[in-house]
Design a protein. Structure first.
Length: 158
């Protein structure tokens, strides 16, 4: 197995154990992360996001598959199942991950999933009917950003 594929395996195995520090150790200090909810994280925020999410998602289960990597890039598919903290509704999120590597660390991590589909599961009827709209999607992003800022402030990590 390619060393970068092993890095992806370590990352997701740590995720399955809810070990945010081991996940953070897979990232380079200047790593960037993006997904439909957190479109542009850097400066240590990818690790802070995982810390926050794992703290809030004690019941999260994760399975991953289709890990592949070469010297520069990698891919995986993962499924997260958890109750959404704001509504208690069960979310089963199917996610495609793309990675870029440098010196044995992740420098760019991009997760892709259907935010409308996620909104329907997490928010119920409102999400099913309006989850496609920029208004709802921007509200989800703003709430997530505010949650991350509050988490960092509480942890003393601005």
């Amino acid at each position: 197995m390619h060393p970068n594929a092993e890095l992806i395996e370590r990352f997701y195995q740590a995720f399955q154990r809810h070990d945010a520090e081991a996940m953070a150790a897979c990232y380079a200090p200047d790593a960037h992360f993006s997904d439909p909810v957190f479109p542009d994280l850097s400066n240590g925020d990818p690790a802070n996001m995982w810390r926050m999410l794992l703290l809030r998602a004690a019941e999260l289960t994760l399975v991953y598959r289709d890990v592949s990597a070469d010297d520069k890039t990698g891919r995986a598919h993962w499924t997260a199942t958890y109750p959404f903290s704001k509504t208690g509704r069960t979310v089963v999120n199917e996610i495609d991950a793309a990675f870029e590597f440098r010196d044995g660390k992740i420098v760019r991590h991009r997760d892709s999933f259907d935010l409308w589909r996620w909104s329907g599961m997490a928010l119920g009827l409102k999400g099913k009917l309006l989850g496609w709209s920029p208004l709802v999607q921007n509200a989800v992003r703003a709430q997530a950003a505010a949650g991350l800022a509050a988490f960092k402030a509480k942890a003393g990590n601005p």
